[in-house]
Write a protein that binds this ligand. Structure first.
Ligand SMILES: *Cc1c(COP(=O)(O)O)cnc(C)c1O
Length: 234
């Protein structure tokens, strides 16, 4: 299977899932997660029409940006350290992984410096796995209320990374709960906060995520094949 074949498969899946679950296809955007993958593979996906790409490391993102067309929307989907915010705040189209008020404060500060507005999602640890990043459900609303007061930063929705599982059905409950949480927050009508984006679903479970309301799905290995990590890059 080539990248083009894989993309066709995923896009057909998105189409079919939207059709059978009464969702509008244009409301679901595919992010091709290109972490660890070389420029030439990203270029193949770009040439096939993909414009949204996801990376999880600041350095890798910085290295790739100059070699690729500038109409790409780069999504920062990995854990972000405060001291690296300054490198990407004006380069990322959307930061999916904001998981603390401290990180949001840093984003706000750097965005103001660069005179941009940073669009962000809040990462929620909806499955309550101890190994995962993300805010707990309980902490989410108080943190949102604080971030909403900051300049230079705009909350657009929620993101979650569901547990790894062989049976994607098991993750339905997490996707459902994240959606419900976003509805609850929307009803609070907090200034400067919108809940139009739900970033959830990966190669193994994106169909279920779409059924439960995902607006961004993040697919890596399902497009680019398995990832091989070198010891040095972990
Ligand atoms: C790597 C990664 C993905 C893509 O994972 P696949 O299983 O390869 O599709 C999605 N989201 C995040 C946050 C990731 O780090």
């Amino acid at each position: 299977m080539t990248i083009i074949d894989n993309l066709n498969c995923v896009q057909q899946d998105i189409k079919n899932t939207c059709k059978s679950h009464n969702r509008n296809e244009i409301d679901v955007t595919l992010i091709a997660v290109s972490k660890t993958k070389p420029i030439d593979m990203i270029k193949q996906a770009y040439d096939a029409g993909i414009r949204d790409f996801g990376e999880n490391k600041v350095q890798e993102l910085m290295d790739k940006i100059p070699s690729l067309p500038n109409d790409i929307r780069w999504h920062m989907i990995g854990h972000l350290q405060k001291n690296k915010v300054k490198y990407i705040v004006d380069k990322a189209y959307l930061i999916h992984s904001v998981d603390s008020l401290e990180l949001a404060l840093e984003i706000s500060k750097e965005a103001k410096k660069k005179q941009v507005i940073a669009d962000i999602l809040l990462e929620v640890n909806i499955s309550q796995e101890s190994s995962k990043f993300g805010l707990s459900k309980e902490k989410l609303i108080p943190v949102i209320e604080e971030i909403a007061k900051l300049d230079g930063i705009r909350i657009k929705g929620l993101m979650t990374v569901a547990p790894y599982t062989e049976n994607a059905e098991e993750n339905r409950v997490y996707f459902h709960n994240l959606r419900q949480l976003s509805v609850d927050i929307k009803e609070k009508n907090i200034d400067n906060v919108s809940m139009n984006i739900l970033s959830m679903g990966m190669s193994g479970d994106y169909r279920i995520a779409i059924e439960e309301g995902a607006t961004y799905i993040r697919v890596g290995s399902g497009i680019f094949g398995e990832r091989y990590y070198h010891n040095t890059s972990i």
